[in-house]
Design a protein around this ligand. Structure first.
Ligand code: NAP
Length: 327
């Protein structure tokens, strides 16, 4: 009996050590690491119609390149048409080996804040492609301001864009997917939505990514028998233009911040490479982040009390050092 207990204990310790090493050496959660090595290639998405919001810059832009390379037909949406046209041209270059032609990439300007325009936008997509296989809710704005000084109007606008905009567009597309008994909703969330982040707690934790993760977890269960997949993607810090347009404490203001190239952030292309793998393998939730953020996400998930003890004592200084790229 003691022998069996001893053997099981050794196996458990070895399993723990291997997992810890993979987390420390990796840049995404363990399931995504397995999917990257042994799962389906992104090319299984060939021919799918993918609607990406926030495709004019950052993560949405680079995801469009990855999916174009895989042979997907794309709808590119954001507010700036000229930027979307630029991304379309780049997509066609990336797609030179996948037989994608100009008609396979639709530029569809859309302000996600204007909920009353979503139906018209969806109708245009159906007119062009007749179907939507995958909706990637990626458009969003961050915030840099303290809770106490942020005006309620800013809170409301963030909710409208980062939460209501996503729910509204998804509700337009969902009945079509349910009718076809096929579809995939992808929500660009954030690891910060898992454990909160000082200085942008409002958008990140309380009302933005965290609530959407919950919303989409409910949706996943409801549409399971309609053959509809739901994927929550949670990246950590990634290079993009998100600081440029980030909300501040005051209505109508944009931060106009620039990312320091020495900051410890993941490259946009690596992030979207992993996003595309997560979509191809229909994973429910993935974490994509460099360390120590990836490790912190695991500690928060599996040892929440330890996480709270650590962050309440050293949280602010750690966040500052991560921001400055010193950790
Ligand atoms: N970068 C990070 O570190 C990070 C980490 C975790 C999660 N995320 C999430 O990833 C998503 C993409 O962000 P990003 O980092 O790639 O930032 P980004 O480079 O600033 O891209 C944001 C995209 O959203 C679009 N957008 C903003 N307001 C919009 C509106 N009202 N209607 C339609 N489109 C709008 C922007 O296009 P237009 O200005 O042309 O409209 C742009 O294409 C966001 O949801 C963000 O919260 C980012």
């Amino acid at each position: 009996m003691m022998d069996i207990i001893y053997t099981l204990a050794v196996i458990a310790i070895l399993y723990f050590i291997v997992c810890l090493l993979l987390i420390l050496l990796g840049d995404c959660d363990l399931l995504l690491q397995i999917a990257e090595r042994f799962g389906k290639p992104v090319s299984v998405l060939k021919g799918k119609v993918v609607w990406i919001t926030g495709a004019s810059s950052g993560i949405g832009e680079y995801l469009a390149y990855d999916l174009a390379k895989a042979g997907c037909r794309l709808v590119l949406s954001a507010r700036r048409k000229e930027e979307l046209e630029r991304v379309k041209k780049q997509c066609l270059l990336h797609a030179s080996t996948s037989n994608i032609t100009e008609g396979d990439i639709m530029v569809l300007p859309l302000d996600c804040l204007k909920l009353d325009t979503h139906q018209e936008a969806f109708d245009k997509v159906l007119e062009h492609f007749k179907q939507v296989d995958i909706l990637v809710n990626n458009a969003g704005r961050s915030q840099r301001a303290e809770w106490i000084s942020t005006s309620l109007e800013v809170d409301r606008e963030m909710l409208e864009l980062n939460v209501m905009g996503v729910l509204s567009l998804t509700k337009k597309v969902l009945p079509h997917m349910v009718k076809r008994k096929e579809g995939h909703i992808v929500n660009m969330s954030s690891v910060a939505g898992k454990f909160g982040k000082l200085y942008n707690g409002i958008q990140r934790q309380a009302c933005g990514h965290a609530s959407l993760t919950g919303w989409f977890d409910c949706l996943r269960a409801e549409v399971f028998y309609d053959n509809i997949q739901v994927t929550n993607i949670c990246p950590g810090p990634v290079f993009s233009n998100i600081l440029d347009t980030a909300f501040t404490a005051n209505q109508g203001e944009e931060l106009k911040g620039k990312m320091n190239p020495t900051e410890k952030r993941m490259s946009t292309s690596r992030c979207t490479e992993l996003c595309a793998i997560a979509i191809a393998n229909k994973l429910h939730e993935v974490w994509i982040a460099l360390n120590p953020i990836l490790l912190i996400t695991y500690v928060n998930q599996y040892c929440p009390n330890l996480y709270k003890i650590i962050t309440s004592r050293i949280g602010m200084s750690v966040v500052k050092r991560v921001r400055e790229g010193k950790l």
